[in-house]
Ligand binder design. Sequence first.
Ligand code: VOV
Length: 258
Amino acid sequence: MSERPVPTTDTQHAAATLDGWYSLHDFRKIDWARLKLVDAEKRQHMIDEFTTFLASLEEIEAKGEGSHAFYSILGQKADLVLMVLRPTFNELEDVERAFRKTALYDYMIPSYSYVSVIELGMYRGSGDGDPYQNPHIRSRLYPTLPKAAHICFYPMSKARRDGDNWYMLSMDERKDLMYRHSMIGRSYAGKIQQFIGGSTGFDAWEWGVTLFAEDSLQFKKIVYEMRFDEVSAKYGEFGDFYVGNILPKENLSTFFSV
Ligand code: VOV
């Protein structure tokens, strides 16, 4: 894996970031009406093939060369999401190509996608030594995504309005605000696991936020609590929220039964 140069923090401008695996969220709707027309035997064959595809992703994850999460999505915005982490853009494309080759893919309609890179902000510095060699930091930059019961994804940006422009604040002001953000976040330790993907220059928003939890109510609690925190109250701008349930490959037959 190619390591990136250790960042230095410019106290006037951008907070330095540590950047890990690239991330693709691929949201799809199922064309249920067309799938209903497929006879049961062929449908089962397609499900078996898709199970093999998911198993191939699990092999990569077991080798520590990437990770993925596969969830069903509630509501009409999408039916499922495949979130994939890989060391390069090219390897994300490899996954897209393998996904495309499955027969079930032909019954899926793209509904949303998001490209980012797992990011750690260095507002508080990164301690001694090369952070890319620090095992704790590595586990956050190159994570194995949790197999939690529920997922919540949304894109967000920091405001650039007259008066409330995050990008015109001094580094010290941003550091203070982010510290308060992190303290709220920490109070959800054990309840929420968060993965922040930096996406400036990659996608329409500046960050993709992916939260995992065993108790879906915790998503509402943390997002609501953060709305009162200055970073979100003044500067947070949000896209659509996608929430759903883990979809283990053993449950595919039930999920695709029509
Ligand atoms: C489990 C909850 C949790 C925890 C512990 C946590 C902590 C932290 C820390 C320590 C840091 C800064 C350093 C780093 O590690 O990057 C961040 C950074 C970030 N966060 Fe966060 N956050 C959480 C949770 C959490 C949530 C729920 C959201 C959405 C906000 C909301 O209103 O809906 C969020 C957003 C972000 C973003 C967009 C960034 C990058 C902003 C930037 O300007 O760079 N975050 N976050």
